[in-house]
Design a protein around this ligand. Structure first.
Ligand SMILES: Cc1ncc(COP(=O)(O)O)c(C=O)c1O
Length: 401
């Protein structure tokens, strides 16, 4: 991290900071303080995520975008949503985007738009956010849990094949932690795929960018995602015009014309304010992902000799989370906490073991259960300074030494 003070015209002093390959203009004193504390040593607590730093880096643009929406007087399904839908779909190499209220809704609406409903089964990996499976239930279907691959931690295509029945109507592979799932193998069953790309904005594999492969894909813009709103938001991406049209109906009371409902829908709409903010974030996404990938590459290199598991690379993850595995997970977590390194557990209990899904009588998923007892997520975000990455690495090493 290098910090440089620059004097601009109008006696305005705007400090800028150089951090892992790109320049960040400090919009205000608070951001300058945070960045300078990085230069002068760990005076502040290390952050697990960057939601506030991300806002502070873009606050001028974000505040102005919000001001413009407020003054335009159109707050629901207006021009910002339409523009963002098109821009994000294009980024994913798809033709249509449908803005909805959350990633969960993006999944459940996409499933309903594909005709999934009562009596149907949908395959879901046993390690994910509960939302991946709850969306299936919201669509009226039964989640059938599939064990994961111990290498890439994503849905095991072989296991998926074993859990297909005559009632299987869709499969929801999750690109867990941002790492692309093995979609080509899963596609061999000929069952429609709805990608859960909630953690995979901009992740790429040999088959393309995440979100481009499935019959439909679901993104979440929860604040901590690689592209995050300041509240909830989601998007369905598809190149199937019928799925897009049906999703648009379902998100808005089932109506094409105001006050005339053609089908039973719901209220789940991305709002104008969030769409305006997300348009700005989309312009930063590739740069932010590169920055995360540099942190991930440093961790991978530094931990190579340690008795730690890491996710096999099935493509270029967007670096959403960096997760290590060890039977000594809880002790490592305590050790890191004692050194001021925040961590998290994604996820402590596999979905087949969660009380909420008991009624669906899930089959055992032993690899998922083992993984959940061993995973530990380390800090990773675009504004994580080099000295903090060093501190994480040194602290992990000191545990094993
Ligand atoms: C893999 C996965 N799927 C679905 C979701 C649900 O997204 P949202 O919180 O926007 O409803 C999340 C968010 O945590 C997620 O991580």
């Amino acid at each position: 991290m290098v910090l440089v003070g620059l004097v601009f015209p109008y006696q305005l002093q705007l400090p800028i900071a150089y951090s892992r390959g790109f320049w960040v203009r400090c919009e205000n004193t608070r951001q300058w303080e945070i960045l300078s504390s990085n230069l002068h040593g760990p005076k502040r607590n290390m952050e697990f995520n960057d939601v506030l730093l991300r806002y502070e880096a873009l606050s001028g643009e974000v505040d102005e975008a919000i001001r413009l929406v407020l003054h335009a007087g159109r707050y629901i399904l207006g021009p910002s949503v339409r523009a963002f839908e098109q821009e994000f779909a294009k980024y994913c190499g798809a033709s249509e985007g449908v803005g909805v209220g959350s990633g969960t809704d993006a999944l459940s609406i996409a499933l309903r738009a594909l005709g999934v409903g009562k009596g149907d089964e949908v395959l879901v990996p046993a390690v994910s956010a509960a939302a991946s499976a709850m969306a299936v239930v919201l669509a009226g279907a039964k989640p059938v849990f599939v064990d994961i691959s111990a290498e890439d931690f994503n849905m095991d295509p072989g296991q998926a094949g074993e859990r297909v029945t005559g009632r299987t109507r869709a499969v929801v592979p999750v690109h867990l932690y941002g790492m692309p799932a093995q979609l080509e193998k899963i596609a061999q069953f000929g069952i429609p795929i709805v990608e859960d790309a909630a953690q995979a904005h901009g992740s790429k594999s040999h088959w393309g960018i995440c979100g481009s492969f499935g019959a439909a894909s679901a993104f979440s813009f929860y604040p901590t995602k690689n592209s995050g709103a300041y509240g909830d938001g989601g998007l369905i991406v598809t190149s199937n015009p019928e799925v897009a049209a049906r999703s648009r109906l379902l998100r808005n009371y089932g109506q094409q014309e105001n006050y005339c409902s053609d089908t039973l829908g719901q209220n789940s709409r991305l709002d104008e304010l969030h769409a305006a903010v997300l348009r700005i974030q989309l312009r930063m996404l590739e740069e932010w992902n590169r920055s995360r990938q540099k942190v991930a590459a440093r961790y991978r290199a530094a931990f190579r000799e340690l008795p730690l598991g890491v996710q096999a690379e099935t493509g270029a993850s967007n670096g959403h989370l960096f997760v290590v595995t060890t039977p000594e997970r809880d002790a490592l977590r305590l050790h890191l906490a004692s050194r001021g390194v925040p961590t998290a557990i994604h996820y402590p209990v596999s979905l087949n073991r969660q009380k909420a899904f008991r009624e669906f009588d899930p089959k055992p998923c032993p690899k998922a259960e083992l993984l959940c007892s061993r995973v530990l997520s380390l800090p990773i975000h675009p504004y994580l300074p080099d000295n903090e990455v060093n501190r994480v690495i040194e602290s992990v090493h000191s545990f094993f030494n």
